[in-house]
Design a protein around this ligand. Structure first.
Ligand SMILES: Cc1cc2nc3c(=O)[nH]c(=O)nc-3n(C[C@H](O)[C@H](O)[C@H](O)COP(=O)(O)O)c2cc1C
Length: 180
């Protein structure tokens, strides 16, 4: 898929067919996503692919702050990708102090780039995805048994699309840009 076409046609997909996404396809997507840029090339994002229906149900029931909308998406997904980040690296100097006034925010910045790169690569291979920010970080970490050195940065539900979502209205270029 041509790059700009892929960027423009990726949509958040929230309804999926029951078809499984093979590990080979998931790893092909991650093979592309690992080229996402990161703070000093620290490559701190990680992808925990939850295939177990039991764990998926548990995250939907206990890990999304009671939000039925997200619980429904997760239960209908072929797999749930828990995007994780190694803590204490992005934004930090070797002595543990912050490099910039943004403190540790760069960790989420890297996770955001990784998430979008993952979703664009998934789109290229016909796999639908939606990034979800509404979840209970502590609960999700507990359910998946995440090591304390990593944070849960986002949830990404994936599967083959059972819908062709309309394109949400975007602001015009003039509203985004300013020159001085
Ligand atoms: C950081 C972030 C958090 C989001 N959280 C949720 C969420 O919790 N649930 C959901 O259904 N969609 C979520 N979305 C998807 C947005 O609603 C969606 O990207 C937006 O409406 C634009 O639609 P599009 O992705 O189809 O272009 C999130 C997107 C981002 C980038």
């Amino acid at each position: 898929m041509e790059l700009i076409e892929g960027i423009r046609t990726r949509r958040s997909v929230r309804r999926f067919t029951g078809e499984k996404v093979s590990r080979e396809t998931i790893e092909t997507i991650i093979d592309a996503a690992r080229f996402a840029p990161t703070w000093k090339n620290s490559q701190t994002p990680g992808y925990v692919v939850v295939e177990s229906r039991d764990i998926i149900e548990k995250i939907a029931d206990e890990g999304v702050m009671g939000r039925e909308h997200n619980a429904g998406i997760i239960k209908g997904a072929a797999a749930l990708v828990v995007l994780t980040s190694v803590k204490g690296i992005c934004g930090y100097e070797p002595d543990g102090s912050f490099t910039t006034s943004k403190g540790s925010e760069w960790q989420m910045f890297d996770a955001g780039i990784a998430a979008q790169t993952f979703c664009l690569a998934a789109h290229n291979y016909g796999v639908g995805s939606v990034i979800m920010g509404i979840f209970d970080e502590r609960e999700v970490a507990r359910i998946i048994g995440l090591d304390d050195s990593r944070a849960v940065s986002a949830l990404i539900a994936i599967g083959y699309p059972a819908q062709e979502p309309n394109e949400p209205k975007r602001k015009d270029v003039e509203e985004y840009v300013s020159y001085i």
